[in-house]
Design a protein around this ligand. Structure first.
Ligand code: SF4
Ligand code: SF3
Length: 527
């Protein structure tokens, strides 16, 4: 296979689509083709179910298969083929029962007219984002029947030949609502298992001696790694979206969880080049590893890359990380304390301002707004990425006035979370709410503020400035739109899969706008 079609992420080639032999992310045409086959098989499975809810094992096929087709998750033909085989085995079973449908051909979707393709893609990518969050919640034993039932419903709708803009727009909004549900489910799963996040300052200095870097979003994997490194003399450092883990009481209680290594995903090839330690990727964003460190990278769960060591779950989802721990000992770590500063030179970052912490000081926040100490809130968050235009987000925060608060979440915060831009009363001006799924926290805080001030969310002194890259950001954007939130600024570029007519709809109905310059946007918002 030598041709691919993929336009699911922000760095897609030429702002249109990745075609040819390899995508901008390094995904091969064969992996992209297998991901399409896998998605087509899942759509066929949904059709076979008549769009109705599936049993637990079929739901897990939807969750894992959809997540595996996300950006920077899995580059391995063998791993995707294995997942495809598992899915196709269900068709074989159905064929024997003479009740089966057949896999859907994704070319039907890619070849559909612009607006239908655009809206169906919006739903498909949103569902991939939902699957990622459902995957993490399931790892902690949490499920939601409505979320699970949505996978076959949405996938069957993607195959519907009679779909129209009028049927697909409500489905896109429903995708946003289901994503809200799954983010709430994951919030409950994480806080139930590991406690309510507390504001925590995290060092970027690595102590001498053996250590492990853990990346991705899966707190359950981190918890298992911490249990297995207790008393071992091997330290653990977070990377990327794992940073907010430091705020959870049941994770931070492990003294070997020392600090954070590096910045966001797109810098990993540079940051890992000389790393005297192994790295464990629990989820996205994995980049193709350089030869200089490929022997030190481990993947688990839905993540994969050809040639990397992969750690499978055993009975009851338990994982044995002894190979990673042994590698840490073999590599030995740094001989002396080593600091990898943030992109602005800061040597520590603060996290843990989830809804529990922020609403715990709701009175302070409300008073500060009433007295004029806080003029405006900005939610500057979302994914980071490689495009040069993303320094907009750093400059936006640097130039935001001293009487404004920056709420942030997801890996886009590494553009500015090491800046010291001061405090307002007891509150730091940058409040890191957590991972991308902690957009749930931002929504909870916004709803609580609107209640306290007796107004709608759109009347609050709050503006959302979102950076997007991959499919979880698509799901979150749909959630915000489904809540009727208007005036979102989106960057660094608009999605390639949004057709002109769909974009017009978003602009007319939701005032969605592309970012311009920090100065112009700040001036316009603050009036
Ligand atoms: Fe291109 Fe993004 Fe698809 Fe990778 S995930 S092939 S960069 S559109
Ligand atoms: Fe980042 Fe990949 Fe999206 Fe969870 S780690 S936000 S890009």
């Amino acid at each position: 296979m030598s041709e691919m079609f993929c336009y699911q992420c922000e760095q897609t080639a030429g702002g249109k689509c990745c075609a040819g032999n390899v995508g901008v992310c390094g995904k091969s045409a064969s992996a992209a083709g297998l991901q399409d086959e896998l998605t087509g098989a899942l759509i066929g499975l949904a059709l076979g179910l008549g769009g109705e809810a599936a049993c637990a094992s079929a739901t897990q096929l939807f969750v894992d298969g959809l997540f595996m087709a996300g950006t920077n998750v899995n580059f391995s033909d063998a791993a995707i083929q294995a997942q495809l085989d598992k899915t196709l085995a269900v068709f074989e079973h159905a064929r024997q029962q003479e009740s089966g449908s057949k896999p859907y051909d994704m070319l039907q979707l890619w070849g559909a007219n612009d607006d239908i393709r655009s809206l169906k893609t919006l739903v498909l990518l949103g569902v991939r984002g939902i699957a990622a969050y459902a995957h993490h919640a399931a790892a902690l034993g949490q499920h939601d029947a409505e979320v699970d039932a949505f996978f076959p419903q949405a996938l069957a709708a993607i195959a519907a030949e009679d779909a129209t803009i009028d049927t697909l727009l409500p489905l896109a909004m429903q995708t946003g609502q289901i994503n809200l549900k799954v983010m709430a489910l994951l919030d409950g799963a994480n806080t139930g298992a590991y406690g309510t996040p507390q504001p925590t300052t995290v060092t970027q200095t690595i102590e001498p001696g053996p250590f492990i870097v853990i990346s991705g979003h899966d707190l359950h994997d981190l918890a298992m790694l911490l249990e297995q490194t207790d008393g071992s003399g091997v330290n653990v450092y977070t990377h990327g979206e794992m940073l907010p883990a430091h705020a959870y009481p049941q994770l931070k209680k492990h003294p070997q969880l020392k600090g954070n290594f590096g910045t966001a995903w797109q810098n990993q090839q540079r940051e890992f080049a000389e790393l005297p330690a192994p790295v464990l990727f629990t989820t996205n964003c994995l980049m193709p590893p350089r030869d200089s460190y490929a022997d030190r990278v481990y993947t688990t769960s839905v993540v994969g890359y050809p040639g990397l060591s992969h750690i499978e779950a055993g009975e009851q989802g338990n994982k044995d990380f002894s190979a990673v721990i042994a590698k840490a000992r073999e590599l030995g770590g740094f001989a002396e304390a080593t600091t990898l500063p943030g992109i602005n030179g800061g040597t520590s970052v603060t996290t843990g301002f989830g809804h529990g912490a922020v609403l715990g000081v709701a009175d302070v926040v409300i008073d500060a707004v009433k007295q004029g100490a806080i003029r405006h809130f900005f939610l500057v968050g979302g994914c980071d990425g490689a495009r040069p235009g993303r320094n907009y987000f750093t400059e936006f925060v640097q130039k935001s006035p001293a009487d404004t608060v920056i709420l942030t979440l997801a890996c886009g915060k590494f553009r500015f979370n090491d800046l010291d831009i001061g405090q307002i009363g007891p509150l730091p001006r940058i409040l890191d709410m957590g991972q991308c799924n902690d957009a749930y926290s931002a929504i909870k805080v916004a709803l609580a503020l609107s209640e306290a001030f007796g107004c709608g969310v759109n009347e609050l002194p709050l503006t959302l400035v979102l950076s997007w890259y991959e499919q979880k950001a698509v799901a979150i954007l749909l959630t915000l739109l489904s809540l009727g939130i208007k005036g979102i600024l989106l960057g660094p570029s608009l999605p390639a899969f949004v057709s002109p007519a769909v974009l017009d709809y978003l602009v007319e109905n939701f005032d969605v706008a592309p970012i311009s310059t920090p100065e112009a946007d700040l001036a316009r918002i603050l009036g």
